[in-house]
Design a protein around this ligand. Sequence first.
Ligand code: ADX
Length: 269
Amino acid sequence: VEGSAIPVVAPEPWAYDADIEVWRPTSKIEPDHVKAELTPERLGELLDRGEPIPDWFTPPAVAAELRAARPPRHERGLTVFFTGLSGSGKSTVARGLADALVERGGRTISLLDGDVVRRMLSAGLTFSKSDRDLNIRRIGYVAAEVTRNGGLAICAPIAPYAATRAEVRRMVSEVGDFVLVYVATPLEECERRDRKGLYAKARAGLIPEFTGISDPYEEPEDADLVLDTSRMAPGEAVEAVLELLVSGGWIRPEAEHLLHHRSCGIIPR
Ligand code: ADX
């Protein structure tokens, strides 16, 4: 520092010399030696996947603290949030996913289907923008609580507004992980199916503010997965979500999972 009697010594960068297994100033490492590196991103990845932290990087006790602060994804709470038009297949895929996950075991599953939520949690709400937003916020609140406690919440409302979906993503991300699945079945297909006969009524003007007909649906631009159920069977759609959850590390691959079961003395069918 200028004018001070104390000289300031700037430390030079250090790195781990993997060849001779010591930490040294980078300038002293032989050019042909391997400098081991672990960037903060790579460390985050290792923790997310529950993989070992190399012991040259940090002592095991510190690694254990890091793991406690950032548990692997398969131990962390997760919300899988489906969004899409009425009749797009959200509920079918969400239910299929819930069944598949229960079958695999290892996770507690809470299914918050749009129609069921409307009957229970949101009875009395209309389909005005503000009531839809309130409905989605309630779903988000419950999903965040499930996620906070390490559970896996599956939600399947229309959730037509991007800002409200983003709010739910924020709420859940504070306490765990969030995955958005856009069930992008085209309106024509949803209307052709018209399972509940509601599109016909909406076209006839009997139901006002019907999503896709007389009310907006804002397509997500932040979806982690996009599924079109007019091009795939429900089982395939469920498989696609499972694959995403396995590749992201939220659930273990089937083989490993069966081994784990065996080691616990459970004999899979
Ligand atoms: S959201 O907009 O608030 O997310 P939510 O998923 O709960 O909608 O409910 C949608 C379901 O309510 C539809 O699948 C349909 O069966 C029924 N419904 C009744 N009126 C409407 C409407 N005006 N718009 C959309 N869906 C409606």
